[in-house]
Write a protein that binds this ligand. Structure first.
Ligand SMILES: Cc1ncc(C[n+]2csc(CCOP(=O)(O)OP(=O)(O)O)c2C)c(N)n1
Ligand SMILES: [Mg+2]
Length: 596
C-alpha cells in the first residue's frame, strides 16, 4: 500500500480548530483504515482535516474515479475483511453516482460508513449557483430505502454522535451501509475549544447474537428426529473456525448441504456431504434433495421461499420440516423486495446462524448419522484451492476457441501453488468449476446483481488481502468490466497486487439468452438476439485500457494453447506485487446462468 504523507503535518501535534477536525479525530478513533472517495467541495472541510489535521493516516484517503467504485471498494473490502471502511461522497451528484453500488452492498448485507455532505442547509450561506444545485432537502431520501440508517446532524456535537452511532449500527448484524450527511457549514465551523468526543471504545458488545437455549433445544430435537437432514448454507462468515464447525455439525448428523454461488464459500466443495455444485439458481439435483429431505435447516439462505417453490416446480415438492435461522428480518422494509417471499417454516430462529451452529455443536448431542450416506463415507476433501472441481478433465474448447470451463481449468492450474481468493466469477461460470477449501477461496457475487460492480469490488478485496499471502483474482464479464473498469486505477495507484481475468464474449451475453428465449416463445427469429447486446465493432481494447490504468496486460488470448502461459505470467506478476490483467476471448457456449 502506498502511503501519501502530507508535508509539514505532525500527526497529534495539530490542534482541533474546526468542526471537521473533530470529525477526523473521531474517524481515527473508530479505527477506520481507509476512506474511499471522489473529492467534492461539499466536504472540502473534512478533506482538509483528514490530510492536514490527521496526517492522511487511519483513515488514509483512497482516490477513486467514480463514486460507484468508492462504494464497491468498501463493499469488496468488507466481504474479505469482515470490517467496514469509510466512504466519502459528494453532495447530490456524488450520492446519485454511488446509489447503485449502495444497493448492491445493502443486498449483500455488508457494513460501511458512508459520509455524505451537503451544501449549506442555511440558504443565507449558499454561494451563488453551485451551492444551490448541490443542496437538497433531505438528501438521505435518495438512498434511505436501501441503507440501514441515515442521519443529517445539525451541529458538530450531533455529527460526532451520529458517526459513532452509525459505525455501531453498520457493524451490528445484519449489516448494511449507513449514511451520515454533514452540512458543509458544520464542517467549516471554527471551534473555540475541542468538543467532547463519544467514547467509541467503551461498547465491547458482540456484533451479533446467538440463539436462546429454547431455540437450540428445539433444533436439537428436530435433528434428533430427522433421517434425511439438509442444510441450506447461505450468507455465513469468512471465519475458518465457523467453516470447521459447519463441517463438524453436518458430519455429526449426516446432513447433506447445499451452497449458493451468490454467496462466498461456506463448505468444502469436495466434501461427500456437499454433493451438488452450487448455482446462481437452484440446480435440479439440489431441488431433488429438497424433495427428499425430511428436515431442512436454512442458515440465512437467500430466498428460502423462492427456493422451496422452485424445487416444487421441478416436481420436488417438499414435505420436510423447515427451520430457518437468520437475523435478516431486522432489515426488511416495504420498498426493497429483497426480503423475498413469506417463508414456509416450522421454526424461525432470530440469531446469527454461525452462532446457532456453534451452540448445536457445543450441546454434546450424540452423533446421529443420517440416512443419506453410509457413515464411513464422509471423507473430507484434502486441502485445495480455487479452480475447477473437474481437474484433469480434457480441455473442452480445442481448436474451436476457449469456453468458460477451459478458462476455469487453466486458471485453477495457474493458481494451484499458493492461496488465492476468487473475488468474483462471471455469470457463465459453472458451479462445478469452483473448488473451495477455505472461506476466502471465493467471496460470492455483489448482492444486488448490479453490473459494473466487479472491478471496484476486486480492488476492495485486494486492499483487504494485501500482505495476507492470498492473491485476489477476479474473473469478470466484459460488460461488467467495461462498465466499472476505471476502478482498476485505484489498485495500480496504491500498489495493491491484483489479478483481473476478463471472460470476454464480446457481448452482454446474459441478455442474448433472454432474447433467444423470448423469440423462441414467440416463434420469432432467435438469430437476431445479438442486436442491442454485442460489444464489438469496434472491439474494446481491454489490454490497452488496462495498461493505461497501470496494469500489466498482454494481448488478448483467443487461442487455448496460449492460455496457460498467459495466466502463469499474470499470476507471477501479481504474486510479485503487481497488477495484471488477462483478456480472454471466450465462446459463450454452455452458458448456464440467466440473471437479471
Ligand atoms: C446495472 C445493470 N444494468 C443492466 C443489467 C442487466 N444485465 C444482467 S447481466 C448483463 C450482461 C453482463 O455482461 P457481461 O458482464 O459481459 O457478462 P455475460 O453475460 O456476457 O457473461 C446485463 C446487461 C444489470 N444486471 N445491471
Ligand atoms: Mg460478456
Amino acid at each position: 500500500m502506498r502511503a501519501e504523507d502530507p508535508d509539514g503535518v505532525e500527526r497529534g501535534q495539530v490542534a482541533i480548530e474546526w468542526g471537521s477536525d473533530a470529525v477526523a479525530e473521531l474517524l481515527g478513533r473508530l479505527r477506520l483504515p481507509y476512506i474511499a472517495l471522489v473529492p467534492g467541495s461539499s466536504y472540502r472541510g473534512l478533506h482538509d482535516s483528514l490530510v492536514n489535521y490527521h496526517g492522511n493516516r487511519d483513515p488514509q484517503l483512497l482516490v477513486c474515479l467514480h463514486e460507484e467504485h468508492a462504494v464497491a471498494i468498501a463493499h469488496g473490502y468488507a466481504k474479505a475483511a469482515g470490517r467496514p471502511l469509510a466512504v466519502a461522497i459528494h453532495s447530490n451528484v456524488g450520492l446519485m453516482h454511488a446509489s447503485m453500488a449502495l444497493y448492491n452492498a445493502y443486498c449483500d448485507r455488508v457494513p460501511m460508513l458512508v459520509i455524505g455532505a451537503t451544501g449549506p442547509v442555511d440558504a443565507a450561506r449558499r454561494r451563488p449557483w453551485i451551492d444551490w444545485i448541490h443542496t437538497s432537502a433531505d438528501q438521505g431520501a435518495l438512498i434511505r430505502n436501501f441503507v440501514k440508517w441515515d442521519d443529517q446532524p445539525g451541529s458538530v456535537e450531533a455529527a460526532l454522535n451520529a458517526l459513532a452511532r452509525g459505525y455501531a449500527v453498520t457493524a451490528q448484524a445484519p449489516s448494511a451501509p449507513v449514511y451520515v450527511c454533514l452540512d458543509v457549514s458544520l464542517q467549516e465551523q471554527p471551534l473555540a475549544e475541542p468538543p467532547a468526543l463519544p467514547d467509541v471504545g467503551r461498547d465491547q458488545s458482540p456484533r451479533s447474537h446467538g440463539p436462546d437455549a429454547a431455540a437450540v433445544a428445539a433444533v436439537l430435537e428436530e435433528l434428533g428426529r430427522a433421517r434425511r437432514p439438509l442444510f441450506l448454507l447461505g450468507r455465513l462468515s469468512r471465519d475458518e473456525r465457523d467453516w470447521d464447525r459447519r463441517v463438524a455439525l453436518a458430519e455429526r448428523y449426516g446432513a447433506l448441504v447445499i451452497s449458493d454461488l451468490k454467496t462466498g464459500a461456506v463448505f468444502p466443495s469436495g466434501h461427500r456431504l456437499h454433493q451438488n455444485a452450487p448455482g446462481m439458481f437452484l440446480p435440479p439435483a439440489s431441488a431433488r434433495l429438497i424433495g427428499q429431505a425430511d428436515l431442512i435447516v436454512s442458515l440465512d439462505w437467500i430466498d428460502l421461499a423462492g427456493t422451496i417453490a422452485a424445487a416444487a416446480t421441478h416436481g420436488d415438492q417438499t414435505s420436510a420440516r423447515i427451520v430457518s435461522c437468520t437475523t435478516d428480518a431486522a432489515l426488511h422494509n416495504g420498498w426493497s423486495k429483497d426480503s423475498f417471499g413469506y417463508q414456509p417454516v416450522d421454526l424461525t430462529i432470530d440469531a446469527d446462524p454461525d452462532l446457532l451452529v456453534r451452540a448445536l455443536l457445543e450441546s454434546d448431542g450424540p452423533a446421529k448419522p443420517g440416512e443419506w450416506l453410509p457413515a464411513d463415507d464422509l471423507a473430507v476433501a484434502g486441502p485445495g484451492t480455487v479452480g475447477p472441481g473437474t481437474a484433469g478433465a480434457a480441455l473442452a474448447g480445442g481448436d474451436a476457441g476457449i469456453v468458460m470451463h477451459d478458462l476455469a481449468q487453466a486458471l485453477g492450474d495457474a493458481l494451484a501453488d499458493a492461496p488465492a481468493c476468487l473475488v468474483r466469477l462471471p455469470l457463465g461460470w459453472a458451479g462445478a468449476d469452483l473448488r473451495a477449501a477455505h472461506p476466502l477461496d471465493y467471496l460470492g457475487q455483489d448482492g444486488g446483481a448490479g453490473i459494473g460492480s466487479g472491478p471496484g469490488m476486486a480492488v476492495g478485496a485486494a486492499l483487504a488481502l494485501e500482505g495476507s499471502g492470498r492473491l485476489p483474482v477476479a474473473v469478470l464479464g466484459d460488460g461488467d468490466f467495461l462498465m466499472g473498469g476505471a476502478a482498476l486505477w485505484t489498485a495500480a495507484h496504491y500498489r495493491l497486487p491484483l489479478l483481473i481475468v476478463v471472460a470476454n464474449n464480446g457481448s452482454y451475453y446474459n441478455d442474448v439468452v433472454h432474447q433467444q428465449r423470448v423469440a423462441g416463445e414467440r416463434g420469432r427469429p432467435a438469430a437476431n438476439s445479438w442486436i442491442g447486446q454485442s460489444i464489438t465493432d469496434p472491439d474494446p481494447q481491454l489490454p490497452a485500457f488496462a495498461r493505461s490504468l497501470g496494469f500489466e496486460a498482454g494481448d488478448q488470448v483467443s487461442d487455448l494453447s496460449a492460455l496457460p502461459g498467459a495466466l502463469a505470467d499474470a499470476v507471477a506478476a501479481a504474486r510479485s506485487g503487481r497488477c495484471a490483467l488477462v483478456d480472454v476471448r471466450v465462446r459463450p457456449d454452455g452458458y448456464g446462468a440467466l440473471g437479471g
